[in-house]
Design a protein around this ligand. Structure first.
Ligand code: HEM
Length: 477
């Protein structure tokens, strides 16, 4: 009996030891980049999720770059992964979409957005071109110039007016709501006034977006549980709108659904589920990125009052050239806001809202004597460039004036907040125009004080620990 027991224990020990050995030494057709696979099942996930209370690169990445160099291997959430902060490799990856690499999201994101099977967004060629084309058409320069800029200004004006009557509020949270209502209008024709309260949809979208970034524990009372409920509510709302639009296309609003309904009849790949998923994805992309950036703007305003003075001078000069001070912001005026653009660049440089861009290797990729194995996930980190002291002197200090001396070529090689290659952000122009318009109205017409908060941590997404609470009121003219 004892002998059998000992044999079983020995066999189990051998099996576990062999399994751990295989975990630590994954198969590869060449030499893997240096690094560690961490603990069985979770890899090095816990180290990555450790909050870092600074705008600097997350220590998980910083320490490993110091130890192993700019390309290293690891395991995150049970997935073998290569992290690259090497500009050459990053450019190669950006330009190999559909050949050596494909777009990839975390498994939990794929499930949440129904992006599996036929809905996979990493389809190259026709589907990607189609979705990108629709976005650029709706939110690109031409649309901004001819109508969106004015719409954005109206939205910002009415929101700031309402903020000023509310006492203390959280700037990031309030921006999330403002952007959510705007995005819902241009994506699926949600008319906040006609449909009752704008608070409702804003809360649902905000709950969905915030929950996506929380720990995925789906039990009542958790943020993630609320996120799932908000997701179902949103999907149903978008689905209902889509069905309504399919049966009465003449009720079209020139939004994303309008285009999708036209194309549902002609493009064989387009399904109703796919349209809803793409709409949900765009809500997330828009709301989180813009609200975090605006939250950071208030943080930097409070920490560097001279920045507000610099911006004030630019917007005073802009208004002094106008015949009628109350006329809407023009495209030429928007394009003339040099200091505002420098400010936005600096917020994006240090904010680094998307800490890593994910791809999957479709085949073995050789790099500097190492091999990135087919099937592995690759995380492209461009933020190391953005805090490179050789390009950005004293890189962790917030200084919009530095952009005066940075030429276009240096900028394009060292500043990639919107990614690169064929998947570069389709909402970049919209994001910049929104941010600049917000600053224009804020600086020209309002004053504010920071009441509390503004401390940030990276986990690795940027978060405000205790919000960014402000009190805002109209200036006396
Ligand atoms: C500060 C604001 C924003 C930042 C920093 C940002 C950043 C990024 C980055 C880094 C990517 C590349 C992702 C990848 O390669 O996997 C991306 C893609 C994308 N973004 Fe943004 N984004 C912002 C705002 C927006 C907005 C407002 C929209 C709304 C339309 C948007 C829509 C998209 C879309 C559709 C893609 C995918 C493009 C494609 O696959 O061709 N983004 N964004």
């Amino acid at each position: 009996m004892w002998t059998v027991g000992l044999c079983v224990v020995a066999l189990v020990t051998i099996f576990i030891t062999h399994w751990i050995y295989k975990w630590k030494n994954p198969k590869s057709n060449g030499v893997l980049p240096p690094g560690s696979m961490g603990l069985p099942f979770i890899g090095e996930t816990l180290q990555l999720l450790m909050p870092n209370k600074s705008l600097d690169l997350h220590p998980f990445i910083k320490n490993r770059i110091q130890r192993h160099g700019p390309v290293f291997s690891t395991n995150l959430v049970g997935r073998p992964m290569i992290i690259s902060a090497d500009p050459q490799l990053n450019n190669f990856i950006f330009n190999q979409e559909g050949r050596a690499v494909e777009l990839w999201y975390l498994d939990s994101f794929q499930k949440l957005f129904n992006l599996e099977g036929e809905n996979r967004p990493n389809a190259v060629g026709h589907i990607h071109k189609y979705v990108r084309g629709v976005y650029l058409n709706l939110f690109g320069v031409e649309s901004l110039r001819t109508k969106l800029l004015t719409e954005i200004e109206k939205t910002v004006r009415s929101n700031l007016r309402s903020w000023s009557s509310k006492g203390t509020l959280d700037a990031k949270h309030a921006t999330s709501k403002m952007v959510a209502v705007l995005a819902a209008k241009y994506l699926f024709g949600y008319d906040a006034q006609a449909e009752g309260s704008s608070e409702d949809i804003a809360d649902t979208i905000d709950g969905f977006v915030q929950g996506l970034l929380s720990f995925p524990l789906n039990i009542p009372g958790t943020r993630f549980h609320k996120c799932m409920k908000d997701k179902d509510k949103l999907e149903k709302m978008i689905n209902d709108k889509l069905k309504e639009r399919i049966s009465s296309p003449e009720k079209g609003q020139g939004d994303f659904l309008d285009q999708a309904v036209k194309d549902l009849n002609t493009d064989f790949f387009l399904t109703e589920t796919f349209v809803v998923s793409v709409t949900m994805g765009a809500l997330f992309a828009t709301v989180e990125s813009i609200s975090t950036s605006v939250g950071l703007a208030f943080k930097f305003f409070a920490e560097h009052p001279w920045v507000v003075e610099d911006l004030q001078a630019e917007h005073d000069a802009l208004l002094s050239k106008r015949e009628n001070k109350d006329s809407p912001l023009t495209w030429d005026e928007y394009k003339s806001m040099t200091r505002t653009m420098h400010f936005i660049n600096e917020v994006l440089r240090l904010g680094n809202v998307f800490p890593g861009i994910l791809r999957r290797a479709l085949k073995d990729i050789p790099h500097n004597g190492y091999t990135i194995p087919a099937g592995w996930t690759i995380m492209v980190v461009t933020s190391t460039l953005q805090i490179n002291p050789k390009v950005f002197e004293d890189p962790l200090s917030f200084n919009p004036r530095r952009w005066k001396d940075i030429d276009q070529d240096t900028q394009s090689k060292n500043f990639m907040p919107f990614g690169g290659g064929t998947r570069q952000c389709a909402g970049a122009e919209l994001a910049k125009a929104f941010f600049a318009t917000f600053i224009h109205v804020l600086i020209s017409e309002y004053k504010w004080t920071k009441v509390k908060g503004g401390n940030v941590s990276r986990t690795p997404m940027l978060r405000f620990d205790d919000g960014i609470l402000i009190n805002i009121s109209k200036k006396n003219k």
